[in-house]
Design a protein around this ligand. Structure first.
Ligand SMILES: [Zn+2]
Length: 373
């Protein structure tokens, strides 16, 4: 096998690097990488891996481009607002390099699909800002024996590593056996992120992915790389596998993929009601009104008995469907959209609380037969 004349021209600067060369470029061509998240971190990863000639790149995201993304998610343009992020990303990647294949996965990573996704690719990039996704990706990568290139950003600071127990390093759970509580796990939406930061961290992730494919240099397996943009300092710490790790340790206590979305749900506050309290309240007379604010297809798959269905995006225009002064328990899949709906309702003088953890928590704690999509 050899490179085509077109590929030879395109990758000339790789071919003249002795550590890459034609053999290395052919490895890149034959390689596949899955990028989970087409946002801030996913943008530079996708652009650089496409440019470098990674032959097959999959990209997972179910979100659409919003104007507030453009401050840092540089793969998307103003003209892409409202488009699926994976489609916008795919177009940019192919515009840079038409010699590669890009597979968009319009999906959210779940316990049900994560292993299938991970098994189809050589290297997996964690470019999400969700703890639930991060744990599920880690667990699937350990089970499938695939390296997970981790990156995370917070305000002005970032970190990166490569989790690969099969290459001698730790997994993510070796460092963090359990997810943080939601108050300790703010996301970018709540805390803000310096726009250039994901560019720096994502580029480090792309670098590690290319080194893993090429088999060159010292990767971040067994090291945590840290970056502080304000002080302009970088550091790296050795990180060791934990023999007691519940996932990759000598006596793992976890077997399949755990649905982390329910476990990582928001904490209970005055704005929320736990599923057990909600169940008690619903058994009382008069029972509160139950409002389902998910999309039509989610409601059709399964919902709580007697729930009124109004998707959150149209809630403000359909308040006339809710009796004035009603006492409402509002729910969605995991508690994010219902929190938004609760705020809308309260602004219109309703008494409303959001079901903590949403239907995922309900299914886990009350009714395992409930179909939640
Ligand atoms: Zn581990």
């Amino acid at each position: 096998m050899s490179l085509t004349p077109a590929a030879r021209q395109r990758y000339a600067r790789h071919l003249s690097l002795s550590d890459v060369g034609e053999a290395g470029q052919l490895r890149l061509t034959a390689a596949s990488v899955l990028i989970v998240g087409a946002g801030g971190l996913g943008s530079p990863v996708a652009l650089y891996l496409a440019a470098a000639g990674v032959g097959h790149i999959g990209i997972v995201d179910d979100d659409r481009v919003d104007v507030s993304n453009l401050q840092r998610q540089i793969i998307h343009s103003d003209a892409d607002i409202g488009q699926l992020k994976v489609e916008s990303a795919r177009a940019k990647m192919l515009a840079i390099n038409p010699l590669i294949t890009v597979t968009p996965h319009v999906a959210r990573v779940t316990a049900a699909n994560v292993l299938t996704l991970v098994q189809a690719y050589d290297v997996i990039i964690d470019a999400t800002d969700s703890f639930a996704t991060r744990y599920m990706l880690n667990d699937a990568c350990v089970l499938a024996g695939k390296p997970l290139v981790y990156g995370a950003i917070f305000r002005f600071e970032g970190q990166a590593s490569v989790f690969a127990p099969h290459l001698g390093g730790p997994c993510y759970r070796c460092l963090f056996p359990d997810p943080p509580t939601a108050d300790l796990a703010p996301n970018c939406t709540q805390t803000g992120v310096f726009g250039v930061l994901p560019g720096v961290v994502g580029t480090v992730q792309a670098t590690e992915a290319l080194k893993l494919i090429l088999g060159i240099g010292q990767t971040l397996v067994g090291r945590l790389w840290l970056y502080d943009a304000l002080r302009m300092q970088t550091d790296s710490w050795p990180i060791a596998a934990n023999p007691a790790c519940p996932r990759c340790g000598s006596h793992p206590t976890l077997s399949g993929i755990v649905d982390m979305e329910a476990q990582c749900a928001a904490p209970i506050s005055a704005d929320e009601i736990s599923v057990s309290d909600a169940q008690r309240r619903l058994a009382q007379t008069p029972a509160p009104l139950v409002l389902d604010v998910r999309d039509d297809h989610e409601y059709a798959a399964g919902h709580l008995a007697g729930a009124v269905h109004i998707p959150v995006d149209v809630l403000a225009t359909r308040l006339h469907d809710i009796p004035a002064g009603a006492d409402i328990i509002v729910y969605c899949r995991s508690g994010m959209r219902s929190a938004r709906a609760r705020d809308i309702l309260r602004r219109h003088a309703y008494t409303a609380v959001s079901l903590a953890g949403g239907l995922l928590a309900w299914r886990q704690q009350i009714d395992a037969t409930l179909d939640v999509v």
